[in-house]
Design a protein around this ligand. Sequence first.
Ligand code: SF4
Length: 411
Amino acid sequence: MDARTLAALAANPGCGRRALLDAAGVDKGAVAEHLGRPAPFGQSQFSIVRGNAFEARVKADGCAELLRLLCERLGLPAPDEAALPDLSAVGPAGRAERTRQALEEATAAGGWSLLDHPMLRLEVAGSAVHLEPDAVVVRPDGRWTVVEIKSFPILDGCADPAKVGAAARQSAVYVLALRALAERIGRGEPEHTVVLVCPKDFSNLPTCAAVDVRKQLSVTVRQLTRLTRVEDIVSELPEGTTFDLALDDDRRTPRRPVEELAAAVDAVPAAYAPDCLSVCELAFHCRARAHECGAVEALGRGVRGELGALASVDEVLAAAAAGLGGAWQADGEGSAPAEHVSGGGCGVGGGTDAHGYAEDGGDFGGGDFGGGDFSGGDRRDFGDDAVTWRLREAARLRAEALAGTAAGGRA
Ligand code: SF4
């Protein structure tokens, strides 16, 4: 598990399926492909090669250019020299221990040091996770700064906000691991501002930007504490559950019956949300399952939160129809609102996902649907039962949106 995986996991801490498959090192992309629902996810080979070439350029000449950029960004004079400790060791645990020693020595020395690909350790839901940032710079005053090198460009001082957000979440995980280490060794001050190094404009020249990850840090801390322990997830599974693809002798062709694999995957509870589409290889499978059972999760976390105990689209529509005395008839779409909109709900799932993703695509699902101004109904209809009133209003608003989308699709 790497920081990118961990950040994605922290974005959806309620998903036992992802937590278990990641912890078990299962290739989720291969599983999704065998299930017939591969997701176009991950970096292309071209991006990986381009990214590696850019990082090599940034770190050439003993990271001189990287240090120059960093000092320029921080408004500090570039150092005449900086230590580049050797961090090689056997295995992740050995490298993590070597990194600890190097950080301790560099901080005590009081000079500039640059740790190239250090290995950090973080306890997550009772398991140790090893993380590898691109670099950590130790400053003479004992502050530690995370450096992330990305291949997406900064064009005229601006970069793709989604990519910057993903990099910030990833870097926040590194800062968290550094904080834990600083606490353990009793020295060092990890900074909450990380430095992002990217190609400038359309060139291959590096430039950098400082990114404050305090918000991502607090969200990550909160979310990671909500992760279910893997042992607890496993204990709930049927005996003998496995995600083995039963590869053929060519080590490439899966032989496991698809239904059997699907049953194993579906045995682990999931928590689908539209933002899964940008972070998880199983997103198309989980989305299809959510649509099949009409789960309101497919409509986004904001909607799901507003609907409380109403778990399916059918339940929502029934509540809306019962509570609002014929609102459906008023839209001219006939007298069978549940069937009509249920069909539309499945049909517009993708579109709704795209909308929900935009809403939820910030820092771990901050999306909101109707933040409290439920002015469309009459609260007095429900007496003092404010919760019922809010739920029914949310259901009505959502159902109207679905009906509008479905009507627009037919127009
Ligand atoms: S796509 Fe499925 S497995 Fe992946 S995080 Fe979402 S719900 Fe979990």
